[in-house]
Write a protein that binds this ligand. Structure first.
Ligand SMILES: C[S@@+](CC[C@H](N)C(=O)[O-])C[C@H]1O[C@@H](n2cnc3c(N)ncnc32)[C@H](O)[C@@H]1O
Ligand code: SF4
Length: 371
């Protein structure tokens, strides 16, 4: 693994960035190879988005209650992006030297050309390519063949808890099916599986038990993100949001699991999203360089619209930053610099303690800039 890391060191604006595709952590080095301080580096100058989430389809085979992509959610005009367009986008991302590509949807694995798209993406030099999936149409053989292509390929399976909890907001067809292949895949590809769990007040008591169960199966990476809304209704889930204090308490309980399973890494990630509509979510800490942290992420949806940064990604009320039909990705990224800077400044004002909260995600804890 050390070899992979060393060969994949990237330089951006004179700063060496080492992205560990397994832990998904980032270290920064100056020209002298010494670690640099956070005060000397601002993400908004990055010449590339660290992570790009590409929604290759808006079609889904499930009907999860909380999701606006669900089959019964009334979302109109469902589409798959044509594979030729996806290949061209992947080529552009490759040219930009993006670190991580996440294929998502809707349900990405039901895109008619998913296998070809997966193989195509794995041939590039992305440090890691993953797919965020409900896992319903996968089985052991399919998952193993996807992960065998490349040691940094990853499957991110969404599961919110043991069966009863998973069925609250997710499609009840999912749990048994996914658990028919997931434990064996975790056993055989332990560093290539992430379970992604949506966290909310009703599940709060049971997710720790679920997480411990996954750790006992050998899972290394368990990511949690808070409930954001129910379907299209942006405020209807507010009473089911966890406060920051409650979230920290869950993280502390999850951390206890590490005493028995030292390589297990459970982490709750969240973003500062619109405070007026999501008061309980405001002030959530975002680990440094987390995929949704400030300007390090770009999201492209199935219509070619591009959002840059956490706010625009997580709330539907903001218009996209551009569209791939009339601008290149690089042009859009560059023109978003001012916007990313503005958000970063606002972030520092609003969430001063954020970076200290979950130091685990970064390899070195760096002081904050107050520019
Ligand atoms: C939209 S799905 C797309 C990928 C795939 N179909 C899946 O379920 O993993 C991506 C993630 O969004 C999460 N999600 C859906 N609706 C949500 C909501 N209202 N609040 C928070 N997370 C949500 C799901 O749990 C899933 O982990
Ligand atoms: S969460 Fe995923 S599986 Fe469920 S409806 Fe949304 S897109 Fe489909």
């Amino acid at each position: 693994m050390k070899k992979i890391l060393e060969t994949r060191k990237k330089i951006d604006n004179g700063i060496g960035i080492v992205f560990d595709p397994i832990a998904r952590s980032v270290s920064l080095f100056g020209a002298d190879q010494e670690p640099i301080k956070r005060a000397e580096f601002n993400e908004w100058v990055l010449g590339l988005p660290m992570r790009v989430v590409l929604d290759i389809t808006s079609i889904c085979n499930f009907n999860c209650r909380y999701c606006s992509y669900g089959i019964n959610s009334g979302m109109k005009g469902r589409v798959n992006i044509l594979k030729e367009i996806i290949f061209a986008l992947i080529d552009e991302l490759e040219a930009m030297k993006v670190f991580e590509l996440s294929l998502r949807g809707g349900e990405p694995t039901i895109h008619p050309d998913f296998n070809e798209i997966w193989q195509y993406a794995q041939k590039q030099n992305f440090l890691t390519t993953n797919v965020i999936t409900n896992g319903f149409i996968l089985d052991y053989e399919k998952a193993a063949s996807m992960l065998s292509v490349n040691p940094t390929a990853r499957i991110v399976a969404s599961l919110d808890g043991l069966a009863e909890t998973n069925d609250v907001y997710r499609d009840p067809c999912q749990y048994a099916r996914v658990m028919s292949w997931l434990p064996d895949i975790i056993r055989d590809f332990p560093y290539q599986v992430v379970v992604l769990t949506c966290l909310y007040r009703d599940s709060r008591k049971r997710v720790v038990e679920f997480s411990r169960y996954l750790a006992s199966l050998g899972l290394k990476f368990h990511d949690f993100s808070p409930l954001k809304r129910l379907g299209d209704a942006s405020s209807s889930a507010v009473e089911n949001f966890l406060s920051l204090a409650e979230t920290k308490a869950v993280q502390a309980e999850l951390d206890e699991i590490k005493k028995d399973f030292p390589n297990f890494r459970p982490i709750i990630t969240a973003s500062q999203i619109h405070e007026a509509r999501y008061p309980a979510l405001f002030n959530f800490p975002v680990p440094l360089f987390n995929e949704i942290y400030r300007g390090t992420l770009a999201r492209i949806n199935e219509r070619g619209d591009i959002w840059v940064s956490a706010r625009k990604t997580l709330t539907d009320q903001f218009s996209p930053f551009g569209n791939i039909s009339n601008q290149t990705l690089m042009e859009i990224w560059q023109s978003s610099c001012g916007n990313r800077k503005q958000q970063a400044e606002r972030y520092y004002q609003d969430v001063p303690a954020a970076l200290r909260w979950n130091g685990k995600v970064i390899q070195k804890e760096l002081p904050m800039s107050k520019k």
